[in-house]
Design a protein. Structure first.
Lengths: 308, 235
């Protein structure tokens, strides 16, 4: 290697070293000397709106005028809100809240599709929880029990059925999640007859007076179903679409055995389409009706629809 | 000293911000009236429960017990306003361009950690920032996501059959309720930190959420950005 070659090698090394120094220096420079590098306002190009420079006294004047205005408007709005609600008569408040439930019900019905099914579970997951004994008090003998059915087509007086009449309908089993309006849920295995099969056999009246046709013109049928315990201590109302859902059963068995008294023997409603409050135990009478039926918990401030 | 007035919050943002405060309060309050009827959550380490939501004194002080029906009525009335307010807020951010000041950017999480250290008086200097620092960007974007999550989990509990796919996606009905509950807890935590930070930031900052404006030193280099001067907007 001659002298010249050695020199050029040395120079190359120096140039490289200088570059490294530059990079290192850039790295160690504090943020304020590189305003753009880390300033988040630049990354998304946010804008700021600033007034022309002015004296401190001027800003104070403008701000206090703006403050007065804004705090007055804000304060007045807050007071109207608070006292408006406070002084609103209870009946007005109740009627607003009840109409909201009804409004929500109409919204729900717009999106309701009978083809949507609640998930089913393995029967091994099934459990039981007793809650609610309204309508189950008093002397009751299962052997004497009969189901009365009103609002049927071509019939004025109630039809009287036995449990065997229900059991003669196709038997359906399902394991679904029962949801209590209190917030808990439990998986239960049910067996019984589809309410839709019951309604297909014991046809409801129509609104037009024509012969009922569940398949082709369900909208002509009575719009509601009322269900009441034998002692009339508990009563619920259902809209027809929800009660005709294939997962709404007139259940006579729970978790593999006939219903126990506390679960509504001999016949109750079971359905994952509504909260437990709607799944009436110990049904005494069923009526197809065009008037919205009274409902035990709706009369106590709960949502009449209570549908999932 | 020469000052400048800075327009910090537009009229829409101020109204949406202040309306969301009572709405969120009512949603949490009515949610507690509902939760009481099946108060099953707690913080557990293995089988030992450190804290149960909520202790008896809490319910009794606030007279929460036996008001489930009232809770449901309020919850399903105010949910509409809560949701609509949130949707308008997001749409407004999108079209006004104010999302630029609000969304986290690359490096935000790193710098947010520095902001936190500064707030804890461990380091002295704040990283460069725009209208909001990076911790604020994360918090304010996070709380919007929290709002969206509360509506989504709420719907999954409200209509678990018709919106079965959604309930399923969230892990089922019971999980959705659990998630809805913890979102509420996160909202409360956000609220506490937010109020403390606003109190520490002082009156001028607080007033800007009412009037929209804040006076800043004209010489102030914080936050620095070249286009400040170009703007020179008159008010």
């Amino acid at each position: 290697m001659n002298e010249r070659e050695r020199k050029s090698k040395k120079m190359e090394a120096e140039v490289l070293l200088e570059k490294v120094r530059e990079i290192e220096a850039a790295k160690s420079k504090p943020d304020e000397e590189l305003p753009d590098k880390n300033n988040t306002s630049k990354i998304l190009k946010e804008n700021r709106e600033l007034s022309a420079p002015m004296s401190e006294a001027e800003t104070k004047k403008i701000l206090s005028a703006k403050s007065r205005r804004s705090f007055l408007i804000g304060g007045a709005t807050a007071l109207v809100g608070i006292f408006g609600w406070r002084w609103m008569p209870d009946e007005t408040k109740q009627s607003i809240l009840r109409s909201t439930f009804e409004f929500n019900e109409r919204v729900s019905q717009v999106f309701y599709r009978p083809k949507r099914f609640a998930p089913e579970f393995s029967p091994e997951l099934a459990g039981a929880r007793v809650n609610g004994g309204e309508g189950l008090s008093g002397d009751f003998n299962v052997a004497d029990w009969r189901l009365r059915v009103g609002g049927l087509a071509n019939r004025m007086e109630d039809l009287i059925l036995t449990l065997d009449d229900i059991k003669n309908l196709p038997r359906v089993e399902m394991t679904t999640e029962l949801k209590c309006i209190e917030g808990w849920s439990i998986i239960v295995n049910w067996a019984g007859a589809r309410f839709s099969d019951f309604a297909a056999k014991y046809l409801p009246k129509t609104r037009s007076g024509n012969a009922p046709d569940i398949q082709n013109s369900p909208e002509d049928l009575m719009r509601y179903v009322s269900l009441v315990t034998p002692d009339e201590g508990y009563y619920v109302g259902w809209d027809l679409p929800s009660i005709l859902h294939p997962q709404t059963l007139l259940a006579y068995e729970m978790n593999g055995s006939p219903l126990l008294a506390e679960h509504g023997a001999p016949l109750r409603l079971a359905s994952p389409t509504k909260y437990g409050i709607k799944q009436i135990k110990r049904i005494g009478r069923i009526e197809f009706t065009d008037e919205r039926p009274r409902d035990f918990w709706a009369e106590r401030g709960y949502d009449w629809y209570s549908g999932h | 000293m020469t000052k400048q007035l800075e327009k910090k919050h537009s009229l829409a943002i101020r109204w949406l911000h202040w309306i969301s405060f009572p709405l969120l309060t009512i949603m949490i309050w009515s949610g507690l009236l509902i939760y009481w009827a099946n108060a099953v959550y707690g913080v557990k380490i293995f089988d030992y429960e450190l804290f149960h939501f909520f202790p008896t004194w809490f319910y009794e002080t606030l007279s929460i017990p036996f008001r489930l029906a009232e809770g449901l009525q309020l919850h399903f009335f105010f949910m509409w306003f809560f949701t609509i307010n949130g949707i308008i807020y997001v749409i407004y951010l999108m079209f006004s361009g104010e999302w630029r000041a609000l969304l986290p950017v690359p490096g935000s999480f790193k710098r947010a950690a520095l902001v936190t250290l500064k707030d804890l008086h461990i380091v002295k200097k704040l990283p460069a920032q725009g209208k909001y620092n990076d911790a604020q960007r994360i918090a304010y974007t996070g709380v919007i996501l929290l709002g969206a999550a509360s509506v989504v989990t709420g719907l999954a509990i409200y209509k678990p059959l018709q919106l079965g796919w959604l309930t399923n996606l969230l892990g089922g009905y019971e999980w959705a309720r659990w998630e809805h509950f913890w979102i509420m807890i996160l909202f409360v935590l956000f609220f506490v930190v937010h109020v403390v930070q606003v109190a520490l930031a002082g009156w001028s900052n607080f007033r800007s959420m009412v009037t929209g404006y804040e006076a800043i030193d004209a010489e102030s280099k914080i936050p620095e950005s070249a286009h400040n001067e170009e703007q020179g907007a008159t008010i």
